[in-house]
Design a protein around this ligand. Structure first.
Ligand code: SF4
Length: 349
């Protein structure tokens, strides 16, 4: 796949991309303690895409800590979030470890190892204050959000802004989010704060672009300590793509309605509502939603009730228009075009 085929919001330039080859704390002692305590015979390890190449070395290191006869299995399933647990492996192992994401739902069976970034966030925040944030005399209110990878520095970030005269507004989102100030690609409830400017501290544009689409009334400033960039989230290109996809789908007769079987991505009721209302809609169940897997279906358009970022970020890679459930309502004439908004995902399972 060439660079240009990736959406602007792709994950390769986030904290998970390992642009700087960092050392992560895999918390092997915590995993080994659970293995001993549960008298486990099997351990399953699941890594996000950006860390899969580390999997063999982590498995080797873990073996040093546990009994020789404990079998270590590595998940080969794609993984982009805590919504995406390898349930097959989870059921077949005594201890199941999910690396790189904070819990979407706690369970005794699963050990979540968040893998906090060790990058210093303050220099890039200093630049953001100098270059893009309003002077505290003019507008002293600022919302603060980050991703799970930088959550270990959240208090430091808040203090930094307070020391410079800002009133920092934060909140914990809904139960899909573990921490105060944490955002996900599909959930920005933590940014619903009383401030017109929101500072996102973290790697890449994936999260802040979603945030700016979900909250178009706010100025979203990106302080990216991974790529050393300060910028403003600009959604224009994304929004144009969304309008174009909706327009193209307005002529569609046959619709494929995708129900995603990943544990944290199923929106059955939404899929059912569409089917109940449209005789030319067909339910397609699948885990990973990719252009290749859909190309043999003879559909005019698709509506994806799974991860909204597949639709918004990867949409142009699909042969047929791929819409979110809200965009579908516009395309079939149930809602006006000016109600187009970013699709978010709430709750767990
Ligand atoms: S559903 Fe949300 S948490 Fe899961 S991969 Fe998509 S954006 Fe990330």
């Amino acid at each position: 796949m060439s660079d240009s085929e990736y959406g602007e919001g792709d994950l390769r330039k986030t904290g998970m991309a390992l642009k700087h080859d960092r050392e992560w704390d895999y918390e092997l002692d915590r995993i080994a303690a659970a293995v001993a305590e549960r008298d486990a015979e099997t351990v399953g390890l699941q890594f996000p895409e950006g860390l899969k190449r580390r999997a063999p070395a982590v498995a080797d290191d873990l073996r040093e800590y546990i009994e020789e006869d404990v079998r270590v299995l590595i998940s080969g399933q794609p993984c982009y979030g805590a919504c995406d647990l390898d349930t097959f492996l989870m059921k077949r192992t005594d201890v199941f470890v999910h690396f790189g994401h904070s819990p979407m739902k706690e369970s005794e069976k699963i050990i979540y190892v968040p893998l906090f970034s060790n990058v210093d966030v303050l220099p890039i925040m200093e630049r953001a204050v100098e270059e893009e944030l309003a002077d505290p005399e003019e507008d002293g209110d600022v919302g603060l959000v980050t991703t799970a990878q930088h959550m270990n520095r959240f208090d430091e970030m808040r203090e930094f802004l307070e020391d410079r005269g800002y009133e920092v507004h934060t909140r914990r989102g809904d139960d899909r989010l573990t921490h105060e100030g944490q955002v996900l690609g599909c959930n920005y409830a933590s940014a619903e704060v009383d401030a017109d400017q929101v500072l996102y501290v973290g790697g890449g544009k994936f999260h802040p672009l979603g945030l700016a689409m979900e909250h178009p009334e706010k100025n979203v400033i990106i302080a990216d300590p991974v790529n050393n960039v300060v910028t403003i989230a600009d959604t224009e290109k994304f929004m144009k793509q969304r309008y174009a996809a909706v327009h193209k789908a307005m002529d569609a007769e046959k619709w494929g309605v995708i129900y995603c079987t990943k544990i944290g991505q199923g929106r059955w009721e939404q899929a059912e509502e569409i089917l109940a209302d449209n005789d030319d809609a067909y339910l397609i169940t699948m885990d990973e939603v990719t252009p290749d897997r859909l190309k043999n279906f003879d559909m005019d358009a698709f509506v994806n009730t799974g991860c909204p970022r597949i639709t918004t970020d990867d949409g142009p890679r699909f042969d047929e228009p791929m819409l979110t459930p809200g965009e579908y309502e516009i395309a079939v004439g149930n809602k006006p075009l000016d109600e187009l908004e970013f699709d978010t995902f709430h709750g767990t399972w």
